[in-house]
Write a protein that binds this ligand. Structure first.
Ligand code: FES
Length: 240
């Protein structure tokens, strides 16, 4: 036989070989599948498909009958509502107690509350003098102003100020000027009876405040802050 014919025959045999081999493989696979369909006598699993033919339904719904309540529908509803209501009340009580504990924990202690207000005897501060007290960790300036200082504070054109505020809006009694002594620029403590306007001067960056505590020159953007205060009596001041 010529070599070309021999090669063609070999190629043809190679292509046909898998087809010739396949029937035994399929037979082995079918044999294995048949074995797995058999139930092992030692298995406790009750297959829902056992004994069913190919045409039978594969749906097998379990019977929940023994879980069903024997009581009437109304009594079941009452029981459900009772459980839901009780759990709701208990949850609400627990949430309230938790929030209450949290708030009590966060609120100020007695010593902090004691510092929240400061009482000052004004009779000890002569006219034309400054006093500095500490309130909530900050200095507070108390100035007993003279009539000339009050007049000077009122003579300023409010519209020309950087932070326009009339003197009457900054005091409750004209002779007493109460302010927080913290510069509104970067928080230094200004010096009293200093500066170009006869009030306070902040040496840190050169802010000048007038006799009403209003900023007149320098980098400070706002007037000195006026805290909450009251005069319960003529010579008594309470800050806070
Ligand atoms: S902190 Fe007072 S001027 Fe800057």
């Amino acid at each position: 036989m010529p070599p070309l014919t021999s090669n063609a025959l070999r190629t043809c045999v190679r292509q046909q070989l898998p087809l010739l081999r396949s029937p035994p493989v399929i037979a082995v696979q079918q044999q294995r599948r048949g074995k797995s369909d058999e139930v092992s006598p030692t298995s406790s699993f009750d297959s829902p498909f056992r004994g069913l033919g190919a045409s039978s339904s594969t749906m097998k719904i379990p019977d929940f009958g023994h879980y069903k309540s024997n009581r009437s529908q109304d009594s079941n509803k009452v029981f459900s509502y009772f459980m839901a209501g009780t759990l709701g009340v208990l949850s609400a009580a627990g949430a309230k107690a938790t929030i209450q504990d949290f708030l009590v924990n966060m609120s100020a202690s007695a010593d902090i509350l004691a510092m929240a207000k400061v009482e000052v005897d004004l009779s000890a501060i002569p006219e034309g003098k400054n006093v500095i007290i500490k309130w909530r960790g900050k200095p507070v300036f108390i100035r007993h102003r003279t009539p000339d200082e009050i007049e000077e504070a009122n003579s300023v054109n409010v519209q020309s100020l950087r932070d326009p505020q009339a003197d009457v809006d900054r005091v409750k009694r004209p002779e007493w000027l109460i302010m927080i002594g913290v510069c509104t620029h970067l928080g230094c403590v200004p010096i009293g009876e200093a500066g170009d306007y006869g009030g306070w001067f902040c040496p840190c960056h050169g802010s000048h405040y007038d006799i009403s505590g209003r900023v007149r020159r320098g980098p400070a953007p706002l007037n000195l802050e006026v805290p909450e205060y009251d005069f319960p009596a003529d010579d008594q001041l309470i800050i806070g």
